[in-house]
Design a binder for this molecule. Structure first.
Ligand SMILES: C[S@@+](CC[C@H](N)C(=O)[O-])C[C@H]1O[C@@H](n2cnc3c(N)ncnc32)[C@H](O)[C@@H]1O
Length: 231
């Protein structure tokens, strides 16, 4: 299936996403906030506290835009995607000064981004086509800029269940964390570390304070590979 398939899901993306996530007891907003808050802590671990220019690669409906402003002192946010209907809805819901939503084919950033972020995008891109968008992220980053690459962990049975029940994941080709780190290395990134997050569904939320201590175990529903563009 083509990447532009999200055109047909744009108007009910959030509904479908939340329907698939029902079993976890949490919403897509919960996971989005968890990811970005985790990135903020991960950046503090490497002494990168103030990313101001943000690229959200495969931004979809743009729901992460306000979350970056919650966790970072954002000067500019650019969300790029291949789905124009998704971008139109993103603009309608989240457009404001300092935020730009554009088609990846019409917009080029070169060396001006401090933090590039992507979530759940690359499992929709056929393996042979993955190097090209990674090159685009690399070009957008400034030297020393950081890439927060989030994907679904195929080793987690809950993830597999959610993806099997998600209408737009029918053609997904999942990526293991090791393969993701290798992809980033092949694209020229220094891979700093990989963390796994979202081990406990809502029913076991009392155990979530443990997440930070077990983030190196490959059991979370998603993982973050943190890469850096060489200086
Ligand atoms: C599952 S959605 C995730 C959206 C958003 N990142 C989020 O966390 O809610 C995947 C998004 O990736 C976009 N996408 C797929 N292939 C892409 C590509 N080659 N370049 C940019 N975006 C792409 C889709 O159009 C879709 O909006």
């Amino acid at each position: 299936m083509k990447a532009e398939k999200f055109d047909e899901f744009a108007s009910n993306y959030a509904v479908e996403c939340n329907r698939a996530l029902t079993i976890t007891g949490e919403s897509s907003e919960f996971y989005a906030a968890g990811r970005i808050s985790w990135v903020e802590k991960a950046l503090r671990r490497i002494g990168e506290t103030k990313p101001r220019r943000i690229l959200d690669f495969g931004c979809g409906m743009g729901a992460s835009a306000p979350l970056f402003e919650k966790y970072f002192d954002v000067e500019s946010y650019v969300g790029v995607d291949v789905s124009n209907p998704s971008l139109s809805l993103a603009e309608k819901s989240f457009g404001k000064s300092g935020r730009t939503f554009r088609n990846i084919n019409d917009y080029k950033l070169v060396g001006e981004v401090d933090l590039a972020y992507c979530n759940g995008v690359f499992h929709h891109i056929p393996p042979s086509e993955r190097p090209s968008p990674l090159k685009c992220v690399m070009e957008a980053l400034r030297p020393g800029g950081v890439f927060a690459f989030w994907e679904n962990n195929p080793w987690n049975p809950g993830t597999r269940y959610v993806m099997a029940n998600c209408v737009f994941d029918g053609d997904a080709e999942t990526i293991s964390s090791g393969a993701a780190a290798q992809l980033l290395r092949e694209a020229g990134f220094q891979v700093l570390f990989t963390d796994f997050l979202f081990v406990f569904p809502k029913a076991f939320s009392f155990l979530r304070p443990l997440e930070a201590r077990i983030s190196k175990l490959p059991i979370g529903a998603q993982y973050l590979v943190l890469g850096r563009k060489p200086e």
